[in-house]
Design a protein around this ligand. Structure first.
Ligand SMILES: [Zn+2]
Length: 135
């Protein structure tokens, strides 16, 4: 969640860099119910700054679930795991899209899918509806 005002230039940079898609769940802004938000990957309360290397495009659902968290629990091992960091981590290293399902491949993937509820029923339905004609 961001509290600091993010300038229009930053918003444009972040949106263009992400091709208009949430950098966590991949949903396009055009398909979402609300405008995507600019997420501070490391929240300001943890010292994260409003700089390009700490900003990511994030849908409202992912942003609300993520809040200011940096880590969560890997549901498979019960160990603390970092959340996916869109500026440092590569999506396909940690997740694989199987139909509408986002399959986690690593502790980072599992913690992120779990905390952000990337495979909640409504979100699967939403992604499934987008499959035809999307690339
Ligand atoms: Zn999302």
């Amino acid at each position: 969640m961001s509290s600091t005002h993010v300038s229009a230039e930053f918003r444009r940079l972040v949106r263009d860099r992400a091709y208009g898609c949430c950098e966590y769940c991949g949903i396009s802004e055009k398909a979402a119910f609300a405008m995507h938000e600019v997420d501070h990957v490391v929240a300001e309360k943890h010292g994260g700054q409003t700089v390009a290397s700490n900003l990511a495009l994030c849908c409202t659902l992912c942003n609300r679930r993520k809040g200011s968290d940096l880590s969560s629990i890997d549901p498979e091992t019960g160990e603390i795991a970092n959340l996916f960091h869109p500026r440092k981590d590569i999506w396909s290293d940690h997740f694989r899209l199987e139909g509408a399902l986002i399959r986690p491949l690593t502790p980072i993937g599992r913690a992120t899918v779990h905390l952000l509820r990337l495979n909640a029923e409504a979100r699967l339905t939403e992604r499934a509806a987008l499959r035809p004609g999307t690339g």
